[in-house]
Design a protein around this ligand. Structure first.
Ligand code: FAD
Ligand code: NAI
Length: 472
């Protein structure tokens, strides 16, 4: 009998398993995906076909774009620039293999056992594991953590086929599509649309909503839309794909925009309209565990209605982000070990790895307005940052939202260089309950792009040094 059995080895599952073992619990992790050698392929969506390969391609494509477009004004001349896509893909695959292999190493070092097969919870203490060869093994556990993740949503008007692909397909095209359609201007659409646009594809993004990036602060959505368009993404808002047909070497897509029917041909079409939780067939229906729109229902501690069965990561409510799943995994392992852990769901940071990056933590203006919270805004543009100008990345701004009365920081929103890193600074300060004055009174290194966070905090109280405040 294991103390803990984790089903799924993505960032929620493998982190939960390592933590549980570190806490002295006898732990097994079951993973259905298998590698070429027939062993459990660890790491889940994030390491294999998500966070890591997408960031590897974002970096490579950015370097190519810079070399192609932006180096001449630095006085750097490149003759005969070329693109070797297979080497770019090999680099990405090598990084993925290194990291997924690293998890096996971490499991060994932390005494986590792994088992390859598809897990199904059939009783509060039993998991039925179906192996690749069809054989079945029942495993007994005192506690079960379900971390089965999510999968791309398929839409009836653009079913996956040879040239209509999900994010996984879009991470391994064997040549740069001349024309590329992307359905959905969400995080995947923008990140992978940017990758292929930088490598030379003519990219059209077809988004159903009239608003661009409604999850972000409205100023960021507005500014970033301009920048994405400038970078060559043709973003068609308020557009609904009604049909598509797969032809020999292309796809014909029909979509409606403001009552008009538009037909376009693309070499490839990426469908990125969100992800749905992997909960089907994971829990026996006889168990008293509710599933709501595919999400396994849990309380704030990720505990299901059966007290020794827990669920974490993409398969439960909340943002589908690797770090959110990992923190839930740690919380659950600690609670099984009778510790008092919790996750602060108010401070889950978000990052879109575009260039420049978009990142935020806490509430945005729309959310504060809807909650009738009185707030003040401190904003600082990167065009006034010496470092941002020196590194040629002066687009965007830092925006600090703080409580009008108490000055406590309620949200920080960044569009610009190193936005992801600046938001981690904001996140730490918010975890400690900082006010904008606390940041204003902190000394930042010069010249850094982080100074824009300092200046935005100063601007919250009309005290910024490097922009014209109103002198009373
Ligand atoms: P998953 O990573 O999906 O892992 C679930 C695992 O469970 C899989 O290995 C699956 O094979 C296994 N499994 C499923 N069912 C069973 C079963 N019955 N038995 C055994 N095993 C099973 N998030 C970020 O935070 N930052 C990013 O930059 C980022 N980039 C992304 C880019 C892309 C292209 C995509 C698609 C996603 C990205 N995400 C990113 C989201 C991130 O990948 C997910 O939030 C994260 O992987 C969820 O972790 P998880 O452990 O819950 O599930
Ligand atoms: P998403 O939810 O971010 O965006 C989907 C977009 O598609 C939305 O704008 C939505 O309005 C639109 N849409 C939905 N149905 C449509 C239709 N029929 N036609 C046209 N548009 C339609 O989902 P996405 O981009 O697929 O990513 C899934 C999740 O993966 C993200 O929400 C995020 O949680 C995670 N992710 C995180 C990343 C990061 O942290 N940097 C990177 C990539 C993914």
């Amino acid at each position: 009998m294991f103390d803990v059995v984790v089903i799924g080895s993505g960032p929620a599952g493998y982190v939960a398993a390592i933590k549980a073992s570190q806490l002295g619990l006898k732990t097994l992790c079951i993973e259905e995906s298998i590698d070429k050698k027939g062993k459990a392929n660890l790491g889940g969506t994030c390491l294999n076909v998500g966070c890591i390969p997408s960031k590897a391609l974002l970096d490579s494509s950015h370097r190519y774009y810079e070399a192609h477009k932006n180096l001449s004004e630095h006085g750097i001349k490149i003759e005969k620039l070329g693109l070797d896509l297979s080497s770019m893909m090999k680099r990405k695959d090598d990084i993925v293999n290194k990291l997924t292999g690293g998890i096996s190493g971490l499991f060994s070092a932390n005494k986590v056992k792994s088992l390859s097969g598809r897990g199904k919870v059939i009783s509060p203490n039993t998991i039925e594991v179906t192996k690749a060869d069809g054989s079945i093994e029942n495993i007994e556990a005192k506690n079960i953590i379900i971390a089965t993740g999510s999968k791309p949503i398929e839409i009836p008007s653009a079913k996956f086929s040879k040239n209509i692909v999900d994010s996984t397909g879009a991470l391994s095209f064997d040549k740069v599509p001349k024309t590329l359609g992307v359905v959905g201007a969400g995080i995947i659409g923008l990140e992978l649309g940017s990758v292929w646009s930088r490598l030379g594809s003519e990219v059209t993004v077809i988004e159903a909503l009239d608003d661009f990036l409604p999850i972000a602060d409205k100023d960021i959505s507005k500014e970033s839309l301009k920048e994405f368009k400038k970078q060559g993404l043709d973003i068609q808002l308020g557009s609904k794909v009604t049909k598509s047909s797969q032809e020999k070497d292309c796809v014909t897509v029909t979509y409606e925009n403001q009552g008009k029917e538009i037909e376009k041909k693309f070499d490839k079409l990426i469908v990125a309209v969100g992800r749905s939780p992997n909960s089907e067939g994971v829990i026996d229906e006889g168990l008293n565990i509710s599933i709501n729109k595919g999400f396994i229902e849990v309380n704030e501690f990720c505990q299901t209605a059966v007290s020794n069965i827990w669920a974490v990561g993409d398969v439960v409510r909340g943002p589908m982000l690797a770090h959110k799943g990992s923190e839930e995994g740690i919380m659950v392992a600690e609670r099984i070990a009778e510790k008092h852990a919790q996750v602060n769901y108010d401070l889950v940071p978000s990052v879109i790895y575009s260039h420049p990056e978009i990142a935020w933590v806490g509430s945005n203006e729309g959310e504060l307005k809807s909650k009738n919270i009185n707030y003040k805004v401190g904003k600082f543009p990167f065009s006034a940052s010496g470092r941002a100008l020196a590194v040629d990345q002066s687009v965007g701004f830092v925006k600090v939202l703080s409580d009008k009365k108490t000055d406590t920081i309620l949200g920080v929103h960044v569009f610009g260089p190193a936005a992801a890193e600046i938001v981690q600074q904001a996140l730490i300060s918010m975890e400690f309950g900082a006010s904008s004055e606390d940041i204003a009174l902190t000394m930042f290194s010069h010249p850094t792009v982080s100074e824009a966070f300092h200046e935005a905090a100063l601007a919250s109280n009309n005290q910024a040094i490097h922009i014209g405040n109103k002198v009373k």
